[in-house]
Design a protein around this ligand. Structure first.
Ligand SMILES: Cc1cc2nc3c(=O)[nH]c(=O)nc-3n(C[C@H](O)[C@H](O)[C@H](O)COP(=O)(O)OP(=O)(O)OC[C@H]3O[C@@H](n4cnc5c(N)ncnc54)[C@H](O)[C@@H]3O)c2cc1C
Ligand code: FES
Length: 271
């Protein structure tokens, strides 16, 4: 039998935990070193992580966006602990082993001709968008990031900016600046003062709808990273489908793990 000689673009392997620590009041940082060389990871792609608690479960892996991917082999995730799987991930300690599969999915598309992009992220959605800011900045593209959180303590602006020179515009529930009219006014001001070539979002349904409306009004293309509960993560079970508008406006059920998680902003349907 002939074996494929083309290098695979998805790796299943163990990864050694290097760093595991709380970030602010709600989030957790997990940095691992995969024991197998990984193919290049694109911003917006994710890994499927096997979470093991004291009972050995849960059974299904959990999808997690790549927050940091370093050339030296380090892979970072930012977690919001919401249930059994993410709670198990947060108990990992340096030296522990985490089985991973990835990189998976279609990531963000960055046009080298773009000179400025605008990112609108809510909560842990910024983990998904942080590598995009880094990649854009590395290509000489200016990045404006409107980061929305419950409170300043939850903003994770440092985790977002990393080595990029992103200009951050924080909007917070605690001081009322994250309400929709205020965010809309801020976006309109950014569009007027420094019009972006493209806009990107993740993490909030109401911000998706707002950015969809404003990007259509201003003729600015956009992309959104969607979330959906997953089983296989590999395109086989169809449990992760979401309705996406086709070219003719009809709705198609597309797999977030395979055709996504990044979709054209104009074609995404809110949930
Ligand atoms: C492509 C992708 C990238 C993601 N990246 C990140 C990330 O960088 N950081 C992060 O903290 N989380 C991320 N998530 C969400 C994360 O996968 C879920 O929070 C996690 O699977 C929950 O597992 P759990 O066992 O802790 O909770 P569960 O007990 O499985 O669920 C807890 C609650 O969260 C809801 N939920 C579970 N999975 C999802 C999901 N995928 N989308 C929306 N709601 C869900 C459940 O309905 C339930 O209400 C991502 C999801 C996807 C699909
Ligand atoms: S999770 Fe199985 S097809 Fe997407």
């Amino acid at each position: 039998m002939d074996l494929p000689t083309r290098p695979t673009s998805v790796v299943e392997c163990d990864a050694r935990v290097l760093d595991s620590a709380p970030v602010g009041r709600r989030y957790h940082r997990l940095v691992v070193a995969p024991e197998h060389p990984l193919p290049a990871v694109r911003p917006g792609q994710f890994f499927h992580l096997l979470c093991r608690d004291a009972t050995g479960g849960p059974y299904l892996r959990r999808p997690m966006s790549v927050w940091r991917a370093r050339g030296d082999g380090e892979l970072g995730f930012l977690l919001h602990v919401t249930g059994r799987g993410t709670a198990a991930l947060a108990t990992l300690r340096p030296g522990d082993v985490l089985p991973i599969v990835g990189p998976l999915g279609e990531g963000f598309r960055l046009d080298p001709a773009w000179r400025r992009i605008l990112i609108l992220a809510r909560g842990v959605g910024l983990a998904t968008l942080a590598p995009l800011a880094e990649a854009a900045a590395a290509g000489g593209c200016a990045v404006d990031a409107v980061l929305s959180a419950k409170a300043a303590a939850d903003l994770m602006a440092e985790e977002f900016v990393g080595t990029s020179r992103t200009e951050v515009f924080p909007v917070l529930d605690e001081d009322g600046t994250s309400d929709l009219p205020t965010v809309e006014a801020l976006l309109r001001q950014r569009f007027a003062e420094a019009r972006p070539d493209a806009v990107f979002t993740c993490g909030s349904n109401r911000l998706l709808l707002l950015l969809q409306r404003l990007s259509a009004e201003h003729g600015i293309p956009g992309q959104v990273a969607l979330e959906q509960q997953m089983a296989c993560g590999l395109g086989m079970c169809f449990c992760c489908v979401r309705p996406i508008r086709g070219e003719d406006g009809t709705l198609e059920n597309l797999r977030v793990c395979t055709e996504g998680p990044v979709f054209d902003l104009a074609k995404a349907v809110s949930w």
